[in-house]
Design a protein. Structure first.
Length: 150
């Protein structure tokens, strides 16, 4: 059975790494540290679920969500907002924007795991015409080498 693919988009490297460690045993993990790169990866790698920060450079989580909903290849991908914006009004707005769930930082890992598990049960991974995870790892490795040189 194919593993579900999760895209993690957050501008805080420690959060990205924490989430990666939390989910890497069970899922294929792709990461990005700004909204624009995350959106590009969503279109390229077609994740089954996206964990998304709101306040990020280049493209906010709200803008990401708006653009995602316009693309038929990814418009139904469940989004979990994970944000420091934690008021009821923020949460309502995130759901209105199209998020399937909204959790505030700091978050309880078990709660996030439960939300992700439930969303993937409700929206099982469908084999799509998408790059293999092995190809993603090669692409990510190339990106890191290029960024270290520059």
């Amino acid at each position: 059975m194919e593993k579900a693919r999760i895209l993690i988009v957050d501008d805080t490297p420690d959060i990205v790494r924490t989430l990666e460690l939390l989910f890497q045993q069970k899922y294929e993990i792709i990461t990005a540290t700004d909204g624009f790169i995350g959106f590009t990866k969503a279109l390229k790698y077609l994740p089954d679920l996206i964990i998304l920060d709101i306040m990020m450079p280049k493209m906010t989580g709200y803008q990401f969500c708006d653009q995602l909903k316009k693309n038929p290849d990814v418009q139904n991908t469940p989004i979990v907002f994970l944000s420091a914006k934690g008021t009821k009004m923020d949460q309502d707005y995130g759901i209105k924007k199209g998020a399937a769930a909204y959790l505030s930082k700091p978050f309880e890992p078990k709660e996030l795991i439960d939300v992700v598990t439930e969303l993937l049960i409700q929206n099982p991974p469908i084999k799509k015409n998408r790059p293999s995870y092995e190809q993603i790892l090669v692409d990510e490795s190339r990106e890191k080498k290029v960024s270290w040189r520059g």
